[in-house]
Write a protein that binds this ligand. Structure first.
Ligand code: FAD
Length: 501
């Protein structure tokens, strides 16, 4: 073992990010590494990360977490996608599904065949060829990897959960694997005068905690990455003007436990509805330049399906990212590393990908500048891809009822996004770029859902004789409909397999 190998890690903060880091590091590096987490009861966690994307299943599998236990312990539910209501224009809705749509033929993505059918006058929606949509419409759910003996893929899904219970669940997991937890308020930190590295954090009660590597999960304040190291922040509010969120839970007796998230566009932002077993999570994300906090609160309260279970609280944020995610011997995760609004439920995933990159590049001895640079390069790219995807939802709108939506439609967008939209607009082509978190299917659904219809399609789709095309598409509709009908109601699946503990 190299004498200067990292032997101790201090995780600063015990929100979702901190406990995810503690769980994963203890699972993969545990015995050779002393892992401590410090958090303060005096500073509450954000605690509203409640919706996820399917990649979380990889984390659960890596940690050996069993799905039904996990859903039961977090009062969770299953998520087939996100329904975007009033986003394209008022009265319109579409589902961004996690499942695949149709079936590719001769290496040509399915939607080109659909575009051909449409150009010949057919009106079937692309979404009708998706099992996730059919299940969501009828509020059905059960895991299904493949559709019977057909070549169609099954259901793609993620979870909704109670973030506080998720934190507790991970804490138990991490402590069982040797992570020590210290309760205490950090007042300041010390840096090595020679290297500038953080050497210890100092608590209000006089204790000092030293470590070789620090993981800053202290939330928006970025105790180490910003307050100590002054890393700097890249501000993206000119593309994503929302800067406030008001979360409020509500009772759920009035609404079914939908197997999907709802995102409802309002005058200057949007509202989420996240169904859990014991309540619904709601929140209104909005631009304070376009709407007052009082009006935003009223809008949210007027659009709850149940009774509010707590006072609404105001969360203020600046969309963007730290200039470096790993600076000196500090790696920032979660809100300390940057913030993108929860429109596509990506924050928890970005914590997950930061942790898995850190584990992949874990230093063998001194921290190599090359490792740090590569880590930052990958994280920047992934953040930017997610940013582009979120901007897409706002930019491609045809709402004329408020300045907010018109400003979003008129704004200039990053070149990377313009290139992607132009390519799709021309001939329906999509390409998966390095570190792109979302699949082509996700981009396809949001582009079409927001009203961007390609002018052309791949000419190979014309090679199929009309009767064969009709047969191919008709078969898929039939198989999808039959498969959906075999699924149980989502509420029954939850009650039977993962009732809230
Ligand atoms: P926090 O939860 O803020 O935790 C910070 C921790 O640091 C706390 O334990 C605190 O005690 C500790 N701390 C801070 N200062 C000190 C100090 N001086 N001394 C000691 N301890 C200290 N993500 C999703 O994936 N899906 C979603 O649906 C989603 N919805 C969201 C909705 C909103 C409105 C917001 C704001 C975020 C949402 N997120 C979502 C993001 C998600 O909530 C966060 O990424 C996640 O909770 C991680 O938070 P965190 O652990 O970084 O920070």
């Amino acid at each position: 073992m190299k004498p200067n190998r990292i032997k101790s890690v201090l995780i600063v903060g015990g929100g979702t990010a901190g406990w995810m880091a503690a769980a994963a590091l203890s699972r993969f590096l545990g015995p050779s590494l002393s892992i401590t987490l410090v958090e303060s009861d005096q500073i509450a966690t954000v605690g509203v990360g409640e919706a996820t994307i399917p990649q979380i299943k990889h984390l659960n599998a890596a940690l050996g977490i069993e799905e039904r236990d996990f859903v039961a312990r977090t009062n969770g539910s299953f998520k087939l996608g996100i329904e975007f209501i009033d986003w394209h224009r008022k009265g319109a809705a579409y589902l961004h599904n996690f499942g695949s749509i149709g079936l590719n033929l001769q290496q040509v993505p399915f939607h080109h065949y659909w575009l051909r059918e449409r150009s010949e006058g057919a009106t079937t929606s692309l979404w009708d060829y998706c099992l996730n949509t059919a299940a969501a419409r009828d509020m059905r759910f059960a895991p299904m990897e493949k559709v019977g003996s057909s070549p169609l893929s099954g259901i793609g899904y993620a979870y909704h959960f109670d973030a506080t219970l998720y934190g507790r669940f991970l804490r138990e997991y991490a402590e069982q694997r040797g992570v020590s937890r210290i309760e205490g308020l950090i007042e300041t930190c010390r840096q090595d005068p020679q290297t500038g590295d953080v050497s210890k954090v100092c608590l209000q009660d006089g204790r000092e905690l030293a470590a070789d590597l620090f993981i800053d999960c202290s939330g928006f304040r970025g105790l180490l990455i910003e307050q100590a190291l002054e890393t700097g922040y890249e501000d993206w509010t000119h593309w994503l003007p929302c800067d406030r969120a008001i979360p409020v839970p509500s009772s759920n007796e009035a609404a079914p436990i939908r197997p999907y998230t709802q995102s409802i566009a309002h005058k200057a932002g949007w509202q989420w509805r996240i169904p859990l077993q014991h309540r619904t999570g709601n929140g209104h994300v909005f631009s304070s330049a376009h709407m007052s906090e009082a009006e935003a609160t009223d809008t949210l309260l007027d659009n709850l399906e149940g009774k509010p279970l707590a006072e609404p609280r105001m969360i203020r944020f600046v969309t963007g990212r730290r200039k470096q995610f790993w600076n000196r011997n500090v790696v920032a995760l979660g809100l300390a590393s940057g913030f993108l609004e929860p429109l596509e439920s990506t924050s928890i995933h970005l914590v997950q990908s930061g942790i898995s990159r850190l584990i992949a590049m874990f230093p063998d001895g001194d921290i190599a500048a090359a490792d740090r640079t590569e880590y930052n390069r990958q994280m920047v790219l992934e953040y930017e891809r997610v940013r582009d995807f979120i901007i897409l939802h706002y930019h491609l709108n045809e709402r004329t009822d408020s300045d907010f939506w018109q400003d979003c439609a008129a704004m200039s967008v990053p070149d990377s996004l313009t290139a992607k939209m132009d390519l799709f607009r021309a001939n329906g082509r999509l390409y998966h770029r390095e570190e792109d978190l979302f699949t082509d299917s996700s981009w396809l659904q949001v582009m079409l859902g927001q009203g961007l219809m390609p002018r052309g399609y791949h000419p190979i789709a014309d090679a199929l004789p009309s009767d064969q095309l009709a047969g191919f598409l008709g078969d898929i509709l039939k198989i999808v409909g039959q498969a959906a009908a075999t699924l149980p109601p989502h509420a029954d699946y939850l009650a039977r397999h993962c009732p809230a503990a």
